[in-house]
Design a protein around this ligand. Structure first.
Ligand code: DAH
Length: 349
């Protein structure tokens, strides 16, 4: 094909177009369609073959012929699509006639995926504390007696151990952690003597009689801040900010004195009931208040076990139950729904 002129090539292109259109009108299923595509438009197809001969043309002619070829390609592609749609609807019509498709049936809804409520609540908590400079720190779920109790100022035989109904393992000295507080010791021992601002989220385990408000596995989020001048006012400020962001601005809170072996002084924080705004309802058992978390100033002995000199450092800590918060926030009446693996749970919110 040595000396093809511009006219020769254009003629060839037109011919390919006519052939292609003819062939397309006869294609009636997807195999034929794809064979047609490789024959005419594919990399080894007729159109490409012709364009290989542009070398014999002058530099002015080449783009002119190129444009003709491209227009043909675009046109053929459009015709291909129209043909495919026609075939698809003809197929559907054939199926319908044969009775294999009942077009009066309602469609099947496609349920979009949803995050578990616990995941959402945890992420809300992470975001709020991240804005206040708290990093996430993870620690083990299977703990030693030392970390779960001793480093938290509960030596063997300490009566306060009874505050947690503990799952012991068959290995002496190993327990399922009853709270996220042992994470405090892990974080302190990693960072001392640097200042710390962490939250420690995760699963905890208790040997509970399971009912609507008690599960044997649930989540906690622990918080810990240590520095040279960390005060109880810092603790209150951080927790008030958290309550307002989590449950809405203008939240009222009260701090009640309490006891935890690892904090001194210790408090529990209540907020006015998010359901009735403090008026009294079944959720708050008509008190108008919901118990939100335990907190306090880190006990000097706990600081010391963690590697900080209590003469130079102070800290606050808190521990909250995100599942309880979800119950309140979303008005769910039974904590057992959370991990019962029933997908309908996800539809509730
Ligand atoms: N660990 C406690 C519990 O599980 C909660 C708690 C109370 C954590 C006071 C703290 C704290 O860090 O300061 O009941």
């Amino acid at each position: 094909m040595g000396n093809m002129t511009r006219e020769d090539i254009v003629q060839q292109l037109e011919q390919v177009r006519r052939d292609a259109e003819m062939a397309l009108s006869q294609a009636s299923n997807s195999e034929q369609i794809s064979a047609w595509h490789s024959e005419y438009l594919g990399r080894k197809g007729q159109l490409t073959a012709i364009l290989r001969n542009l070398g014999s043309l002058s530099p002015e002619e080449r783009p002119q012929v190129g444009k003709v070829a491209n227009d043909i390609k675009v046109a053929l592609e459009a015709e291909l699509q129209a043909r495919q749609e026609a075939i698809a609807s003809a197929d559907l019509e054939a199926m319908r006639r044969a009775g294999s498709v009942d077009v009066t049936l309602p469609g099947r809804p496609q349920a979009p995926g949803k995050l578990h409520i616990t995941t959402r609540t945890l992420r809300d908590i992470y975001t709020i504390f991240a804005e206040m400079g708290f990093q996430i720190y993870n620690s083990p779920e299977v703990e030693t007696d030392e970390y779960n109790f001793q480093l938290l100022n509960m030596p063997p035989g300490h009566p306060a151990r009874d505050m947690w109904d503990t799952f012991y393992t068959t290995t002496p000295g190993l327990v399922l952690r009853t709270h996220t507080s042992p994470g405090q010791a892990w974080a302190m021992r990693e960072y001392a003597p640097e200042p710390i601002r962490v939250i420690l989220p995760g699963k905890v385990y208790r040997y509970e009689a399971v009912d609507a408000s008690h599960e044997s596995m649930f989540y906690q989020v622990e918080g810990l801040a240590i520095g040279k001048h960390v005060t109880f006012s810092d603790l209150k400020g951080v927790l008030m900010n958290f309550a307002n962001q989590m449950f809405g601005q203008g939240r009222h809170a009260r701090f009640r004195k309490s006891y935890f072996p690892f904090t001194e002084p210790s408090v529990e924080m209540d907020i006015d009931c998010v359901i009735c705004n403090g008026k009294g309802c079944p959720v708050c058992k008509n008190t108008g208040w919901l118990e939100l978390l335990g907190a306090g100033m880190v006990h000097p002995r706990v600081l010391q076990y963690g590697g900080y000199d209590p003469a130079g450092f102070s800290g606050f800590a808190f521990g909250m139950g995100p599942d309880r918060m979800s119950l309140q926030k979303y008005g769910i009446d039974d904590i057992r729904y959370f991990f019962a693996n029933d997908a309908r749970m996800l539809e509730r919110v």
